[in-house]
Design a protein around this ligand. Structure first.
Ligand SMILES: NC(=O)c1ccc[n+]([C@@H]2O[C@H](COP(=O)([O-])OP(=O)(O)OC[C@H]3O[C@@H](n4cnc5c(N)ncnc54)[C@H](O)[C@@H]3O)[C@@H](O)[C@H]2O)c1
Length: 258
């Protein structure tokens, strides 16, 4: 019951790390509202977590790239929960693209969802948290934003922007007692499995040497419930109250950040 009384929004809650985060928070006693564009799966994830308890979970639709949608969904969530203490923000999309021929459409889509979506959800959460006098925002960066990423040029650039934004938001909102950090995960989720399924055998061998070989703890991506959930609880809890502006790899040792 580490998070009893905490009022939390989780974006991207329909699957992957968002869904695991909803489960971890409800298990720790929090009141959670999951949000996604995938309403059917999002509703099911929240209903299942709510039934398991001891916290509560419900679901609202949001498109994080759209200001009106974010403002409306967050306002409704805050009314429903009576305030907002934590925003966990895993929602994102990933597309493969080469630096030489990345299209304007893919570039704009990646920045609309992954970068504008981070700015909008953080900004609106900040407004509600400021009123409450404290808060924790947990963004999602990537190793892709830390190193050259030949197969995902636009995604890599967008995640680099998320890292910079996280530092700036933390530096700006510390005065309001609101901390902002970013998790850099390596977890076996649908996003990761879909990317693997699209790859040829040769690409999967290259993927092993590029991404798996460096995971010191077992050479495999983590399990979101087992390996990420407890970290998400820590960053939502008061135990992390003196940590802000940090990029935190939760990746078995795949990468190191400064
Ligand atoms: N899987 C990994 O190993 C890995 C590695 C590095 C970074 N990441 C990052 O971690 C985060 C979580 O990744 P995941 O693997 O759980 O992804 P996922 O694709 O499994 O889940 C992402 C969720 O976000 C939702 N979403 C997409 N666009 C949205 C929008 N416009 N509005 C609201 N919701 C939207 C999707 O419907 C989906 O439910 C992402 O930010 C991703 O970039 C993942």
């Amino acid at each position: 019951m580490e998070l009893q009384g905490k009022r939390i929004i989780v974006t991207g809650s329909a699957r992957g790390m968002g869904a695991a985060t909803v489960r971890a928070y409800v298990q720790a006693g929090a009141d959670v509202i999951g949000m996604d564009v995938n309403d059917e799966a999002g509703t099911a994830v929240s209903a299942e977590a709510n039934a398991a308890g001891p916290g509560t979970a419900s679901y609202l639709h949001v498109d994080i790239a759209d200001r009106d949608s974010v403002e409306a969904a967050f306002a409704q969530a805050v009314t429903q929960m009576g305030g907002l203490d934590v925003l966990a923000h895993p929602a994102a999309i990933q597309r493969s693209s080469d630096a030489g021929d990345v299209s304007v459409e893919d570039w704009d889509l990646m920045f609309a969802v992954n970068v504008r979506g981070t700015m909008l959800t953080n900004q609106v959460a900040h407004q509600h948290m400021k009123a409450a006098g404290a808060g924790s925002i947990i963004n999602f960066g990537s190793i892709s934003g830390q190193r050259p990423e030949p197969s995902a040029a636009a995604y890599s650039a967008a995640k680099g922007a998320v890292h910079s934004w996280t530092r700036t938001a933390a530096g700006t909102w510390g005065v309001d007692n609101i901390r902002v950090n970013a998790i850099l995960p390596a977890m076996a989720t649908p996003m990761y499995q879909e990317a693997r399924a699209r790859s040829t055998e040769e690409q999967n061998v290259a993927n092993y040497w590029r991404n798996l070989n460096s995971i010191a703890l077992g050479e495999e991506y983590g399990d979101p419930d087992r390996d990420l959930g407890p970290v998400m609880v820590f960053f939502a809890s008061d135990a992390s109250k003196f940590i802000t502006g940090q990029l935190i790899p939760v990746d078995g040792g795949q990468t190191s950040v400064r």
